[in-house]
Design a protein around this ligand. Structure first.
Ligand code: 5GP
Ligand code: ZN
Length: 135
């Protein structure tokens, strides 16, 4: 992908604040962080999203995230941590190269990575289940 900013960053063609790197992944600090330490796991190969990325690569990304998260817990003394991964504009994806957000959380950090719960009926939930299962 010639015009993909995350391809260029992942391959080291554009400088970044790299906090982890191996043959398949680079982890960089987000330049618009939600909190101190907010980082992105970037595969070095281009995949647009969860639907494109092969299973073994996404499994590798989660392994890397676990390693980095453990290091953050120790070094940044965060109180919690969110893993977030957006797919498609409707879900808030703005860079169309798969990335996994690692967002350390701190008491009273003022961020809200939450959703507003809705109240479907039992029948509505069953209908959704049936749709997903193709019943
Ligand atoms: P998305 O909304 O696609 O899940 O997340 C994209 C993230 O990439 C945002 O948090 C944004 O701040 C970050 N971002 C976008 N462009 C750059 C960049 O050039 N460098 C870095 N380090 N982060 C970027
Ligand atoms: Zn890319």
């Amino acid at each position: 992908m010639d015009n993909c900013i995350f391809c260029k960053i992942a391959k080291g063609e554009i400088p970044s604040n790299t906090i982890y790197e191996d043959d398949s992944f680079r982890v960089i600090l987000d330049n618009g962080p939600a909190t101190k330490g907010h980082a992105l796991v970037l595969p070095k190969e281009h995949y647009a999203d969860l639907f494109e990325i092969p299973e073994d690569v996404v499994a590798g990304a989660v392994k890397v995230a676990k390693k980095v998260a453990s290091n953050m817990k120790e070094k940044l003394s965060c109180d919690g941590l969110n893993l977030v991964q957006n797919n498609g504009e409707a879900a808030g994806q703005t860079v169309m190269h798969f990335h996994l957000h690692i967002i350390p959380r701190y008491e009273n950090d003022g961020q809200h990575i939450l959703w507003k719960p809705t109240s479907p009926s039992a029948e509505e939930l069953t209908a959704v289940k049936d749709t997903i299962l193709g019943a």
